[in-house]
Ligand binder design. Structure first.
Ligand SMILES: Cc1cc2nc3c(=O)[nH]c(=O)nc-3n(C[C@H](O)[C@H](O)[C@H](O)COP(=O)(O)OP(=O)(O)OC[C@H]3O[C@@H](n4cnc5c(N)ncnc54)[C@H](O)[C@@H]3O)c2cc1C
Ligand code: HEM
Length: 391
């Protein structure tokens, strides 16, 4: 709970911090990585530092948290904290590291604000930082405690790789050590860690696309990003028999077997959580009313389409509608040319799940809101730092 002394100080300084936070966070990361270069080996993504998305996500989360506290001093923004905590635990963030972040973040704030940072302002923002840190630490401890093991990563051997869509590959792994594996839920992801050509380890998250509830097999489906660092190594160098490190499964965008009518709207590789959910729901004999909407460049570029169509065939109350930007439309499938239009697929009580590129999610979320779906019934997964929230 934000103290009565700090609340007016935070309220008065929020505009200046919100304005300066985008120049504070790059200074923070520069300071932290200079003092702790080991955090760039197997923890933080070098690409998200270079393209600026992690700085934006951190800045946005602090501004959102402080604004929320001023308006609701006795509660915390659960959805945002949960997303961050799931990401943190998939990377092995621990309580002791919050002191490191505090030290360098506040040094960056002091550097940026200069004399404008009075002791009173520093104290109030320190309180906000530790309220946020304590809330995250609590959720993270709970998430770690739910796992079948106490390790962050275990070794998994590649046993199969299958091309799907135009530029994606499904990679299936089996355990390469005797660490007990946690049963995942549909919609969850794992962090994968591998050394890059210069020997520095990088980590990326991938949604489990198949075999979700298996403890002896993990499958992810990965789109090649030719401008990226990790996926070219995965696509071009990883061979059957090679071993990678995978984290336990995390992620709070979980799709339940039963419940209100479900609308899953995806584009491109964003279909991985949908494919996982459909397979798990089909295996559980779900009778949930499900509408799957998928948009892609063309029919041939749609990854996991065979798996998704097979699962849909086993679900008594499921239907699919598709949109393709170019190419011939497939026969025997509800398919249209152009961009997705969600409107006709919604009912007042729909629970809507979105996954795909940000412009796509902006567009379909606006359609859902305009159709009267309450914002809290619209859930989304960003395949990178959540810069949507930051904006
Ligand atoms: C929860 C979650 C689930 C995910 N699930 C999936 C999934 O199921 N399937 C999947 O394919 N992906 C998934 N992703 C995305 C995945 O984690 C990677 O972000 C993605 O595959 C790209 O990785 P990469 O290393 O190849 O690209 P990165 O190296 O991360 O680069 C990403 C982009 O950053 C930019 N960039 C890189 N270097 C620089 C530079 N020096 N300067 C400026 N810009 C630069 C480029 O535009 C590049 O395209 C998921 C992400 C999250 C967070
Ligand atoms: C109160 C303190 C903290 C806040 C507010 C915070 C906030 C965030 C946010 C918003 C993200 C992006 C989440 C997403 O949308 O994917 C993130 C990711 C991350 N955080 Fe934190 N964090 C904090 C503390 C820490 C600590 C102590 C560490 C450990 C050193 C850490 C390491 C990371 C890493 C490695 C990522 C992923 C970055 C990437 O790969 O691009 N964070 N954090």
């Amino acid at each position: 709970m934000l103290s009565t002394q700090s609340r007016p100080v935070i309220e008065a300084t929020l505009p200046i911090i919100a304005e300066r936070i985008s120049s504070i966070t790059p200074k923070f990361y520069q300071r932290m990585f200079a003092a702790r270069p080991e955090l760039l080996d197997g923890m933080f993504s070098r690409s998200n530092q270079k393209n600026g998305t992690q700085q934006q996500a951190l800045a946005g989360s602090i501004a959102v948290f402080a604004t929320y506290l001023v308006n609701n001093p006795e509660t915390t923004p659960e959805t945002m904290l949960s997303r961050i905590a799931h990401k943190h635990t998939s990377l092995g963030v621990v309580e002791e590291q919050y002191g490191i972040v505090y030290e360098h973040l506040f040094a960056a704030i002091a550097e940026d604000l200069g004399d404008a940072l009075t002791p009173e302002i520093a104290e109030a923002w320190t309180e906000v930082y530790w309220l946020m840190a304590q809330a995250l630490i609590k959720i993270e401890k709970g998430l770690y405690a739910r796992q079948a093991n106490a390790t962050i990563y275990s070794n998994w051997k590649l046993v199969e790789r299958t091309a799907t869509g135009a530029d994606s590959v499904s990679f299936s792994f089996e355990p390469a050590d005797d660490t007990a594996a946690t049963i995942a839920k549909p919609g969850q992801f794992v962090s994968m860690r591998m050394p890059m050509a210069d020997g520095i380890r990088q980590v990326r998250q991938f949604t489990l696309s198949n075999d979700v509830e298996s403890t002896t097999r993990r499958t992810v489906t990965v789109k090649l990003d030719v401008d990226g660092e990790f996926t070219p190594v995965l696509h071009n160098s990883l061979k059957v028999g090679d071993v990678v490190e995978l984290s336990n499964p995390y992620g709070d965008l979980v799709i339940d077997t039963e419940g209100a009518p479900l609308v899953i709207a995806t584009a491109g590789i964003g279909c991985t959580p949908s494919a996982a959910a459909l397979q798990t729901l089909a295996a559980a004999g779900s009778t949930r009313e499900i509408t799957v909407l998928h948009a892609d460049q063309e029919f041939a570029s749609w990854p996991l389409r065979e798996q998704m169509l097979e699962s849909l065939g086993q679900l008594p109350n499921a239907k699919i509608r598709t949109w393709f930007e170019r190419g011939e439309l497939p026969e025997g499938l509800d398919a249209k040319a152009g961009y997705m239009d969600l409107t006709d697929s919604l009912t007042a009580d729909s629970q809507v799940y979105l996954c795909g590129p940000l412009p796509f999610m902006h567009a379909v979320r606006s359609q859902a809101l305009a159709a009267g779906i309450p914002a809290e019934h619209i859930h989304y997964e960003v395949f990178g730092p959540d810069v949507w929230l930051a904006a």
